[in-house]
Ligand binder design. Structure first.
Ligand code: TMP
Length: 212
């Protein structure tokens, strides 16, 4: 539980269009006069952005699955304490591009690390659980097509890996029906924006925010 503030995460396979929708949601919240902070994982802090470079560098082919998992968890520990908790304590809405579900799908399921991912990330996330997660679902082949030619180390994993990630997300959504809203990432930007706002507005109203 987050107490004050509201913690909203966006999840999806690579190329699912999260950044576009996060920007649109941010603009809408600003228009509603609601304090909002956007951040991303891995990254969102000076230290986290340095960790991001190491994780995503295509030259780091020797990186083991466990090292990868710990690096994501380390970036998460930093962003939780430096950015997310302080903003929530100020009553802000925090929108995070990816969070713990990414580790469960990409490292837990697709890399096969299983429950170790949750065990490591309980202290890393410091008790943070999103109030709402928007999952933009896309077929892995289509998503990877959208990511273009300059692919990072994760995008360069083979298609079977990305299909396991999608299976991971399917399981996460099935296990957390109240928290995770599944939307079709191939719908038009405007339609998605409207559906996301409808979902967010209901959740924020329940948390006591005044929304139109
Ligand atoms: P991004 O491109 O959406 O910023 O995410 C960076 C990549 O890192 C993306 O391929 C998903 C991957 N990732 C993980 O594998 N585990 C994690 O915990 C996070 C946050 C991201």
């Amino acid at each position: 539980m987050t107490g004050a503030g509201a913690f909203i995460t966006f999840e999806g396979g690579d190329g699912s269009g999260k950044s576009t929708q996060i920007k649109l949601l941010h603009d809408r919240l600003v228009a509603e006069n609601i304090g909002v902070v956007i951040t991303r994982e891995p990254g969102g802090t000076l230290i986290g952005e340095q960790i991001r470079k190491v994780i995503l560098d295509p030259q780091n082919i020797e990186m083991t699955s466990k090292t990868e998992m710990f690096l994501y968890a380390a970036a998460r520990a930093q962003i939780a304490d430096e950015v997310i908790w302080p903003a929530l304590r100020e009553g802000k809405v925090v929108i995070c591009d990816r969070f713990l579900d990414s580790s469960v799908a990409y490292q837990g399921v697709a890399r096969g690390l299983g429950r170790m991912v949750e065990e490591v990330n309980i202290p890393a996330a410091g008790g943070l659980v999103p109030d709402l997660t928007i999952y933009l679902k896309i077929e892995p082949d289509e998503g990877l097509d959208r990511t273009g030619n300059r692919k990072d180390r994760m995008e360069l994993q083979d298609i079977m890996y990305h299909r396991s990630v999608a299976e991971g997300y399917r399981m996460i959504a099935e296990r957390n029906p109240l928290r995770v809203k599944v939307l079709d990432a191939t719908e038009s930007i405007t339609l998605l924006r409207n559906k996301i706002w409808d979902t967010v507005a209901v959740r924020l109203a329940k948390k006591g925010y005044s929304v139109r």
